[in-house]
Design a binder for this molecule. Structure first.
Ligand code: BES
Ligand code: ZN
Length: 405
C-alpha cells in the first residue's frame, strides 16, 4: 500500500476532542445551508487505490439530531466512537430526510406455500456459500471508495450472472433482469429482479450489504461476517429459487447494497429512488451478519424488533417457526443500524434478521482485519444456511402464486 501523502496535519480543533464539542449542531441548517468549514479539522492524507477525501464535507444525521455538516474524517471518528448516523449527503431529499415518511402497512396472508418452500429448502447447500464467501472475503477490502471494493462488486455481479445462466431455465431467464444501481463513488449496488406473473406490482425485496470496512478504512477488511455472510446467504437462496423454476406473482428482487458502512448510502439512494418513482414495496427483509454462533450459546435466529415494521416482523417469526431448524429470539440494535432503516425512512415496511442476540453477535471481529471465516469455529456455514432457508420462505410466501396473490 502506497501512502502518497504521509503528513497527517490537523488544523483547528484537535482530532482527539470529543466530536460533540467539535460539531456545531445548528438549527439554522434548515433555513440556510452553512458548511462550517472553519470548524473542520483539515487532514492531509491520501492512499493509492482509495478515492476518499477526508476533508470532504458530509451531511450527517446523528440519532435524534438535526442534520449537520462534518468532514469525512469526523465521520470516521464518530463511527469509531460508536456514534450512530445516516449520511444523507447524497440523498435527493437532503433536508426532508429529517422527516421520516409514515410506513404503509399491510396485512400479510397466512402461510400457504408449505409444499413449495420445503422442497426448495431441501436443495440449499453450504458448498456454494463457502466457495463464494472464500472468494468474496479475499478482497483486501470491499470499502465502497476503494479500488478493491469496485473489483469485489464486479466479481459479485458476474457471479450473479453466472448463477442465473446456470440455474434458471431459458424461459425463466426471460423474466429476470440483473442491473447495477449506479453510485457516484464507483461501487454500485446490484439488483436481480424476477418479474411477477400477475399485475400486482408491489415488490418483495431480499437484501444484504456487499461492502466492508475497517475502523480505519485504508486497512484490510475481509468482512466475512459483516456482511459477506448475508451477501452469500441470500445468493444461495436466489440460486435455489431459480433452480426450482420460481414464478412469483409479485416481482421479487434480490439486492446487494453498496456503502452501508458509510452511513447506509447505497440503500438510501435506492430506496429514495423507488419512493420518487412511485414503486411500491410490499415487504423488505435484509440480512446483515448471519454466520456467528457464540461459543456456549444455543443456536438461534435474532429478530430485530426496533426500527422495523411490527406486522412484517411477526410474519417473519411465523416463517422461522414453520421452516427453520432453530428458534427465533427477539433482540434490538438500539439504533438504525443497517439497510432496513433506509426503506423504513422512505415509508416501506422492512425488517432485519441477524445471527443471534445483539450482544452475542460477532462484535469483537467486525470492522477489523480479523472478520474472517477462519478466525474461530464460531463462524458457521450451517448457521448461514438457516438464513438462506428464511429468505427462500420469504420470497415464495410473499411473492405469492397466481392464485394466492
Ligand atoms: N452489521 C453492522 C451493524 C450491526 C453490528 C448489527 C453488530 C448487529 C450487530 C453494520 O454494518 C454497521 O456497522 N452499521 C453501522 C451503522 C451504520 C448506520 C453506519 C454501525 O453499527 O456503526
Ligand atoms: Zn453490516
Amino acid at each position: 500500500m502506497k501512502v502518497a501523502l504521509i503528513a497527517l496535519s490537523v488544523a483547528g480543533a484537535a482530532i482527539s476532542k470529543p466530536l460533540a464539542q467539535q460539531v456545531p449542531f445548528g438549527s439554522q441548517l434548515h433555513d440556510s445551508v452553512v458548511v462550517p468549514q472553519a470548524d473542520m479539522p483539515q487532514v492531509d492524507f491520501r492512499v493509492e487505490g482509495f478515492s476518499l477525501d477526508l476533508n470532504e464535507p458530509r451531511l450527517v444525521q446523528f440519532e435524534g439530531h438535526e442534520p449537520v455538516w462534518i468532514s469525512e474524517y469526523q465521520k470516521l471518528e464518530a463511527k469509531a466512537n460508536g456514534r450512530k448516523f445516516f449520511d444523507i449527503t447524497d440523498s435527493a431529499d437532503h433536508f426532508a430526510a429529517a422527516q421520516v415518511k409514515p410506513t404503509k402497512t399491510y396485512d400479510y396472508p397466512e402461510l400457504s406455500a408449505q409444499e413449495k418452500v420445503t422442497s426448495v429448502i431441501k436443495t440449499l447447500s453450504t458448498e456454494g456459500p463457502r466457495a463464494n464467501l472464500e472468494k468474496f472475503s479475499s478482497f483486501r477490502t470491499r470499502y465502497y471508495r476503494s479500488q478493491t471494493g469496485q473489483e469485489s462488486q464486479k466479481w459479485l455481479l458476474s457471479r450473479i450472472q453466472e448463477i442465473t445462466a446456470e440455474s434458471a431455465s431459458d424461459s425463466l431467464q426471460q423474466a429476470i433482469s440483473i442491473s447495477e444501481f449506479e453510485h457516484s463513488w464507483g461501487q454500485n449496488s446490484i439488483v436481480a429482479r424476477i418479474n411477477g406473473t400477475s399485475d400486482d406490482e408491489r415488490v418483495v425485496i431480499v437484501g444484504a450489504h456487499q461492502d466492508s470496512t475497517n475502523m480505519w478504512p485504508f486497512f484490510p477488511a475481509p468482512g466475512a461476517d459483516d456482511d459477506g455472510s448475508g451477501t452469500t446467504s441470500i445468493l444461495e437462496s436466489y440460486r435455489a429459487l431459480l433452480a426450482s423454476d420460481f414464478r412469483p406473482a409479485r416481482p421479487v428482487e434480490f439486492q446487494w447494497y453498496s456503502a452501508e458502512e458509510g452511513g447506509l448510502l447505497g440503500s438510501q439512494q435506492l430506496a429514495t429512488d423507488y419512493a420518487n418513482r412511485g414503486v411500491e414495496v410490499y415487504a423488505m427483509s435484509q440480512y446483515d451478519m448471519t454466520a456467528w454462533v457464540k461459543r456456549g450459546t444455543k443456536e438461534v435466529v435474532g429478530v430485530i424488533t426496533d426500527y422495523v415494521d411490527p406486522a412484517l416482523t411477526d410474519y417473519n417469526k411465523k416463517l422461522i417457526k414453520e421452516y427453520l431448524s432453530i428458534p427465533s429470539v427477539d433482540t434490538k440494535c438500539g439504533y438504525a443500524c443497517s439497510d432496513h432503516a433506509s426503506f423504513a425512512k422512505n415509508g416501506f415496511p422492512s425488517i432485519f434478521t441477524i445471527e443471534g442476540l445483539f450482544d452475542d453477535s460477532n462484535l469483537q471481529n467486525i470492522h477489523s482485519a480479523s472478520d474472517r471465516i477462519d478466525v474461530s469455529p464460531e463462524f458457521s456455514f450451517n448457521h448461514m444456511l438457516e438464513f438462506s432457508k428464511l429468505a427462500v420462505a420469504f420470497a415464495i410466501e410473499l411473492g405469492g402464486s397466481e392464485k394466492s396473490a
